[in-house]
Design a protein around this ligand. Structure first.
Ligand code: AMP
Ligand code: ZN
Length: 111
């Protein structure tokens, strides 16, 4: 399958992996939008957030995002978790992932 995140999971493309378990990996985003920009990615190839009923997996990804926020020392200062879905939101990789962003003040509303 021609999916960049599946290739990263299979180590066919290099990445800076900072977490891995049987279900999830975390990597640093190649084009960071904040001093800390980590992607939380399920190993299972799911294209859209609304296509899965795997509540447990999604919940686990949120907990891992919080763990990463703690490890990267942005828990107290603050962080944002973003899930872009489809064209208007700017989803560019068709394999679900949470963005964890922090290390700077974020704007609201987002751009
Ligand atoms: P989205 O636009 O929400 O689908 O997010 C996809 C993210 O994946 C973008 O922030 C990209 O910079 C990031 N990305 C794409 N290819 C790679 C890669 N090979 N390694 C790390 N991050 C990547
Ligand atoms: Zn994939």
């Amino acid at each position: 399958m021609d999916c960049v995140f599946c290739k990263i999971i299979k180590n066919e493309i290099k990445s800076e992996k900072i977490y891995e378990d049987e279900d999830v990996i975390c990597i640093r985003d190649i084009n960071p939008q904040a001093p800390i920009h980590i992607l939380i990615i399920p190993k299972k190839h799911i294209e859209k957030l609304y296509q899965t009923d795997e509540i447990e997996l999604l919940g686990k990804m949120l907990k891992i995002a919080c763990l990463m926020a703690e490890k990267e020392k942005i828990k107290e200062s603050g962080f944002r978790i973003v899930i872009n879905t489809n064209r208007n939101a700017g989803q560019s990789v068709e394999h679900i992932h949470f963005h964890l962003l922090g290390g700077r003040v974020m704007l609201w509303p987002p751009g």
